[in-house]
Design a protein around this ligand. Structure first.
Ligand code: NDP
Length: 449
């Protein structure tokens, strides 16, 4: 296994996040490979770490001053073993090949866990929508689609949103795809309700992460009622995580963005949450404004150079990291444990560093890794694809029920796989093994392709 990782590092130099994601899966699936030599024989793992296709391209666009700007676009088509490539676009200045490859790799196992027929992919650009006008975002999205459209299709590759890609961006991307191919088709998910979108899609990742936490708590005969919850981020996932925590009787005391976080001792109620949605989704403001409006809240700057994030250093029962990768390091994990947090449900992708993950597992916390806990988003994307194919729209209740059942079944699959391979209660191993076996079996059946 060490040799495998070493060779992977050699083939993907400098791709820190990708190697981190691969290492975790390799560690988890070793007992599976030991029990099933046929996977080794067919070099399944070696094939899985090599994307089926990587597309990198220039995205030129013109800003409001008439100046030409250039960004880089990407699509990683990681695996189509069990369905069309599926995974979001991320627009953020930090985007690079390593980050998108880690996200695409994680997506393969996550999508397999949903039980829906979806392969894995991810894409995006180092474009930063922050501070850009709507017209600039539109011109960028159109230029991005001018190149990537040729690799997409409802049965080929169906992207969605991620960081920096919400309803506005999906609208511009969809409009341009439709114009180029002259077809109104379900090529993107996260679409507006009036033009092919699904109810509950915006809510799905956050709601799903809370449903997963509830499932984990139920293994100890507990619920979210009365639980004190730390939430990071203040975007799509964070907002709907907070909403579902409120629905289930929990109390949310934090939100953050890349500059800082607010701590509200009295708790975020429905009115305050509506304010955050308006602040972030309409005015595109900063979370510090929350503390200007609500005097009971305190705002703290986050120093990116500090060796811990103070958001994770408050007394609580549950943590819902919902911002970005590696936002909880070993020190943060130790602070969480010391402060009594015993449920971590990851809305973000890979938000905990490997030493943090080890600490959670050593302390036997209820730790739901992103690829299981945040699979609600892609699950409802899968349901959006189904509704598009059937030319039907399901009700809010119907989609929400299906989402809840899918999260329950993902939880069950993790528990079962972890138990079968001798690590009961370890959701990391459970998620990796259950996802791996499904994809591996499909690859075995399809031959060397
Ligand atoms: P949004 O763009 O809506 O919100 C992202 C939030 O995280 C913002 O508050 C943003 O702050 C903060 N953030 C982003 N980058 C950083 C950073 N480097 N450091 C600190 N804070 C940061 O994205 P989503 O809510 O959609 O995504 C959040 C996470 O959830 C990501 O990890 C994503 O991959 C994952 N996810 C999302 C899904 C979805 O359906 N949207 C599905 C599954 C996973 P700021 O405004 O300052 O940038």
């Amino acid at each position: 296994m060490e040799e495998f990782i070493r060779r992977c590092e050699e083939c993907n130099p400098g791709e820190r996040e990708f190697i981190q994601a691969v290492s975790e899966v390799v560690k988890s699936v070793k007992p599976v490979l030991d029990r099933h030599p046929e996977y080794r024989e067919e070099r399944i793992l070696e094939r899985m770490v090599e994307p089926e296709r990587v597309i990198m391209f220039r995205v030129p666009w013109v800003d409001d001053q008439g100046k030409v700007q250039i960004n880089r676009g990407y699509r990683i088509q990681m695996s189509s073993a069990i369905g069309p490539f599926k995974g979001g676009f991320r627009f953020h200045p930090s985007v690079n090949l390593s980050i998108l490859k880690f996200l695409a790799f994680e997506q393969v196992y996550k999508n397999a866990l949903t039980t829906l027929p979806m392969g894995g992919g991810k894409g995006g650009s180092n474009f930063d929508p922050k501070g850009k006008s709507d017209r600039e975002v539109m011109r960028f999205c159109h230029s991005f689609m001018n190149e990537i459209y040729r690799y997409l299709g409802p049965d080929t590759d169906v992207p969605a949103g991620d960081i920096g890609v919400g309803a506005r961006e999906i609208g511009y991307l969809f409009g341009q795809y439709k114009k180029i191919v002259n077809e109104f088709t379900g090529v993107l998910t996260g679409k507006g309700l009036k033009w092919g979108g699904s109810l509950i899609r915006p809510e799905a990742t956050g709601y799903g992460a809370v449903y997963f936490a509830s499932e984990m708590l139920s293994t100890r005969g507990e619920t979210l009622e009365g639980k004190l919850c730390l939430v990071s981020g203040s975007g799509n996932v964070a907002q709907f995580t907070a909403e579902k925590i409120l629905d289930l009787g929990g109390k949310v005391v934090t939100f953050s963005d890349s500059n800082g976080y607010i701590f509200d001792d009295k708790g975020v109620d429905r009115d305050k949450l509506a304010y955050v949605k308006e602040l972030k989704n309409v005015r595109r403001g900063r979370i510090r404004e929350y503390a200007d409006k609500y005097k009971e809240a305190v705002y703290f700057e986050i120093d990116p150079a500090a060796d811990f994030n103070p958001l994770w250093n408050h007394k609580a029962h549950c943590a819902f990291p919902s911002a970005t990768q590696n936002e909880i390091n070993g020190k943060d994990a130790a602070n969480l444990v010391r402060n009594g947090v015993y449920v971590i449900s990851e809305g973000a992708n890979m938000p905990t560093t490997p030493d943090g993950v080890d600490l959670f597992i050593d302390h036997k916390l209820l730790y739901g890794p992103g690829k299981a806990a945040n699979a609600g988003g892609v699950s409802v994307s899968g349901l959006e694809m189904t509704q598009n194919s059937m030319r039907l729209s399901w009700t809010r209740e119907e989609v929400d029920n299906r989402l809840r059942m899918i999260m329950k079944s993902i939880h069950g699959a993790c528990v079962e796989a972890a138990g079968t391979y001798g690590t009961p209660g370890n959701y990391v191993n459970g998620a990796n093994i259950a996802g791996f076996v499904k994809v591996a079996d499909a690859m075995m059946a399809q031959g060397v392709v």
